[in-house]
Design a protein around this ligand. Structure first.
Ligand code: NAD
Ligand code: UDP
Length: 381
């Protein structure tokens, strides 16, 4: 039976060019497209490691997915692939805070400069664009600058697409180069829409987490690499090391399960009339914890899936300068206002934090514990 959209209209089959589609979020979108739709995925990325399980020629959808190994910085095939598609989804980014200080040029280029041709090709060829921005564009909350008693007022910390200001730290705090680059891209897309009629949707993910996020240092990524917090804490747990709380782990985040998030992306793909011209926060305001509390939840979840008792898993405070180097700064709090996405697409997240951590740590343990135990049992020189 033909699939229908939220307005009851049949969904036309689309070819979707997914730039950066071989990453964490892209791999989950690809899985959803193959399992639940008849759309075609044209995946562009420098690596296919996270989608190789979908590329096997014997799979029933093999005629609906193709992978192009490509660096979008300098490859003339990009325009041809965008032209051949009905929709482009741009996910290509450097989005790991440890890189914002150590690779600031790459961060600015991929998140802004290299996105310019993507936007231009979409406008010129009259193609729809779903662009992945970030909750980081809001920067710090107004509340973080106010005395404690004012911080309780949601007006000073809830982040709303068409109301909240974007508050960044100074230039030498290079964390904000990512936020600035992403914000310029949002503004360029908006300007292309205003002047040239680009059909766009901007997605602002609020800490989507789940299986296949980032890498475990020394197993499927560099041993001195620093991934995002889920993979950092998973790595600590797998190795029996203390979980490192940067500046005491006081910053707060809301975490959204990747499977919930993909439902939102799917609605955007299939409902252009409701999604075009919109900026959507996509997060789970009910899953707010401090980073310290996240560590405690992860310790409990990991103890359930491994033989390791919670009493042997600890946390340890570290300074941000020791952990990330000079120039680090942080977002204090990120709670998404969900009015727009609920109104336009009727989407609401459903998975509570403990459930999503149980599933994710089960995956981390199954995927990595053997490799780590092998590494740890090697005699040290
Ligand atoms: P990711 O790092 O797993 O995916 C990004 C992908 O882009 C990677 O596979 C990378 O190889 C690819 N890429 C980078 N430079 C490229 C280039 N020059 N040419 C081709 N491919 C290139 O990250 P993710 O978590 O999947 O994030 C996807 C998007 O969502 C990003 O734009 C990110 O800023 C945004 N985002 C994600 C989150 C989250 O919670 N995961 C939060 C905020 C924003
Ligand atoms: N963090 C931490 N320990 C780690 C890794 C990260 O305390 O091992 C903190 C980091 O300082 C930030 C939060 O966890 O306050 C989330 O970091 P992440 O890298 O996931 O990205 P962000 O949400 O800041 O974009």
């Amino acid at each position: 039976m033909a699939r229908v959209n939220l307005d009851g209209n049949p969904i036309p089959t689309m070819a979707i060019c997914m730039i950066g589609g071989g990453g964490f979020i892209g791999s989950h979108i690809c899985e959803m497209l193959m399992a639940e739709t008849v759309h075609k995925a044209i995946v562009v990325d420098v690596s296919s490691d996270k989608i190789n399980h979908l590329l096997d020629k014997s799979l029933p959808w093999s005629h609906r997915i193709e992978y192009h190994q490509m660096n979008i910085k300098n490859d003339s095939r990009l325009e041809t692939l965008i032209k051949a598609s009905d929709l482009t989804i741009n996910l290509a980014a450097i989005c790991t805070p440890a890189d914002y200080n150590t690779r600031p040029l790459d961060t600015i280029y991929i998140n802004f400069i290299d996105a310019i041709p993507v936007i231009k090709f979409c406008t010129e060829n009259n193609k729809r664009l779903i662009h992945f921005s970030t909750c980081e564009v809001y920067g710090k909350t107004i509340g973080s600058f106010l005395p404690q008693e004012y911080r309780k007022d949601p007006e000073y910390y809830i982040l709303k697409e068409d109301v909240s200001p974007c508050i960044f730290g100074p230039v030498d705090k290079q964390r904000w180069s990512y936020a600035c680059a992403k914000q310029m891209t949002d503004r360029l897309i908006y300007a292309e829409h205003a002047e040239n009629g680009l059909k766009f949707t901007i997605v602002r993910p609020f800490n989507w987490i789940g299986p296949r996020m980032d890498f475990i240092p020394g197993v499927d990524g560099p041993s001195d690499g620093v991934p995002r917090v889920l993979a950092c804490f998973s790595n600590n747990l797998l190795r029996g090391e203390p979980l490192k709380l940067v500046d005491g782990g006081q910053s707060q985040r809301t975490f959204l399960y990747i499977k919930d998030a993909i439902e939102a992306v799917s609605l955007m793909i299939d409902n252009p009339e409701r999604a075009n011209g919109q900026i959507f926060n996509v997060g789970n305001p009910d899953n707010e914890v401090s980073v310290k509390e996240l560590a405690e939840h992860m310790i409990r979840a990991y103890a359930k899936v491994s033989d390791v008792p919670t009493s042997s898993l600890q946390t340890q405070n570290v300074s941000s300068e020791d952990f990330y180097g000079k120039g680090y700064d942080d977002s204090d709090r990120r709670i998404p206002d969900m009015t727009n996405i609920t109104k336009q697409l009727g989407w609401k997240p459903t998975t509570p934090l403990d459930k999503l951590l149980d599933v994710t740590l089960q995956y981390q343990h199954q995927t990595y514990s053997r490799a780590i135990n092998k590494e740890l049992s090697k005699p040290s020189n």
